[in-house]
Design a binder for this molecule. Structure first.
Ligand code: PEP
Ligand code: MN
Length: 355
């Protein structure tokens, strides 16, 4: 094998019948060279990712190639490693309390932009569940463009989300903007949302990586796909592999929609990465009337799910009113997605009845 081309990293592909002892021996060798390891245990074989930097890497590579149970050592050429398909060829399925992202079905998360009160969140949770949503969303800490806009109910909002989960059984995803909020979010919710504005907050990404909770990471409005994948790498490098990627629109030059929803990110991300990809057509378009067509397009493009804003009375919403659907509109959308998913050989994931 040749030199590493710009490769700080490599993967060790074990033989299909490699034993636990052989795998442990490889891990030990890597760690002795002061490098980090990430194990990917596939159906067929185990792959060991080597990350970090060391001048002894070339020596290590030679030694690993000669180790029993090792089939081959492959440099990873992409700047992102753990998120890449090279590291893990089969799709990752992220499990959030029984909701699955990446198993081939379409999982729909729905709920208001912001949690505004107990009644509002419970009513919305019941309505979206009845229409087929499998998870509840709702912001308690809101990243608002203006400091004078509603900033969220904070911990009180998290308590209301937990109440809504108790009432409906729907697992909850909600945003944290800093390490302190992240601790609170993990106390009350089931999945941490890293918002678009914080996609490159590396301290927060590391914190999310250390939390043993699934993470939903949204692409920044000015971030490239590579930057999104490298941001995700921060989370995974801390040992948290339960990550769902979300495209929510990037900055375009046209004002008819709030952002330019980049649906091509779906096939691109699914080619480059093994992680599930979902679409947020609400932030993506900023206008209610475009949410249904873009949701259908997202499912057709191969998205593993959607995150949609629904409010009992969007006109009175304290944030993002123009893009939130009424429960009735959401029901109609869900009934349109069902036959579409079937025609594509997929299915809509149903809420778990036992919860
Ligand atoms: C949201 O989900 O309400 C939100 C603020 O999303 P984004 O970070 O994508 O703007
Ligand atoms: Mn919003």
């Amino acid at each position: 094998m040749g030199l590493f081309i710009g490769g700080e990293s490599m993967i060790v592909v074990m033989e299909p019948r490699a034993t636990r002892e052989q795998i442990d021996a490889v891990v030990k060798k890597i760690q002795e060279a002061s490098l980090g390891t990430h194990l990917s245990v596939g159906v067929e074989r185990t792959v060991i990712g080597v990350v970090g930097d060391s001048h002894t890497k070339e020596l290590l590579r030679q030694s690993l190639e000669a180790t029993s149970g090792v089939e081959r050592v492959v440099p990873i050429l992409q700047p992102f490693k753990l998120v890449s398909r090279e590291f893990k060829s089969d799709n990752t399925v992220v499990d959030v309390k029984g909701v699955h992202f990446g198993d081939g079905s379409v999982a729909v998360i729905a709920g208001p932009c912001s949690v505004e009160g107990l009644e509002q969140i419970i009513a919305t949770a019941k309505a979206v569940k009845a229409a087929g949503a499998v998870m509840l969303r709702g912001g308690a800490f809101k990243p608002r463009t203006s400091p004078y806009s509603f900033q969220g109910l904070e911990e009180e909002g998290l308590r209301y989300l937990a109440e809504a989960r108790k009432e409906t059984g729907l697992p909850v995803v909600t945003e944290a903007m800093d390490a302190y909020q992240l601790q609170l979010v993990t106390k009350y919710a089931d999945m941490i949302q890293i918002g678009a504005r914080n996609m490159q907050n590396y301290t927060l990404l590391r914190e999310a990586g250390r939390a043993k909770y699934p993470v939903l990471i949204k692409r920044g409005p000015s971030a490239t796909i590579q930057e999104l994948l490298l941001a995700t790498e921060y989370v995974m490098n801390e040992g948290n592999y339960q990550v769902v990627l979300c495209e929510r629109g990037i900055r375009g030059f046209d004002n008819y929609t709030r952002y330019l929803l980049d649906l091509s990110a779906v096939p691109v991300l699914k080619e480059l990465s093994h992680l599930p990809v979902i679409i947020d057509p609400s932030q993506g378009t900023g206008k209610r009337k475009y949410v249904s067509p873009m949701s259908r397009a997202a499912v057709a493009a191969g998205a593993d799910g959607l995150i949609i804003e629904v409010h009992p009375d969007p006109e009175k919403a304290r944030s993002d009113g123009p893009q939130q659907l009424t429960p009735e509109h959401f029901r109609t959308l869900m009934s349109e997605l069902d036959p579409l998913a079937k025609a594509l050989g997929r299915r809509m994931q149903a809420p778990l009845l036992t919860r």
